[in-house]
Write a protein that binds this ligand. Structure first.
Ligand code: AMP
Length: 143
């Protein structure tokens, strides 16, 4: 095994995939693993990960990313329909700047039962002074 592969396998999610660290498993197939987040921001907070190591959502091949999102959708549906959740946040942090602490692609599925929970995603309106047509075309032209 080369040095780069060894380094990548050191992250905690690779260790869970390899069975070196236990988890409360929710789902598993050849490409995807889902388990309870150890922190449980709310009851049923789940993580859905690619079994193979990719750093984050942005660097994961489409086919695998779609499989992970499919499982995240199913867990969210179950939490709404069978576990009394009133809402679900589905999020994937990419890079440290955005709050990613484990460098291994994962999607959080966080069921919401009430407004005052240990999660707050505030989206302030900072649009004043920004040139929205220019920003839109900058992104649009590169897609
Ligand atoms: P992020 O900040 O988006 O990278 O999220 C990483 C998440 O992994 C955090 O919510 C941690 O609570 C969770 N986590 C870290 N170690 C474990 C573990 N051994 N089992 C389950 N979840 C874990």
């Amino acid at each position: 095994m080369d040095k780069e592969v060894k380094l990548m396998e050191k992250d905690v999610f690779c260790r869970i995939v390899n069975g070196e660290i236990p988890c409360y498993k929710l789902y598993e197939d050849d490409d995807v693993l889902a388990f309870l987040d150890i922190s449980q921001v709310t009851k049923g907070h789940a993580l859905v990960i690619s079994k193979k190591h990719y750093d984050n959502f942005l660097s994961t091949p489409k086919e695998i990313m779609h499989k992970v999102m499919d499982v995240a959708q199913r867990i969210g549906q179950v939490e709404i329909s069978l576990m009394g959740a009133k809402g679900v946040n589905i999020l994937s942090n990419c890079y440290e700047e955005a709050g990613q602490s484990v460098i291994h692609f994962h999607v959080h599925v966080i069921p919401r039962y009430g407004k005052k929970e240990g999660i707050s995603i505030e989206m302030k309106d900072n649009s004043e002074g920004l040139n929205l047509p220019m920003i839109a075309s900058e992104i649009h032209n590169r897609l």
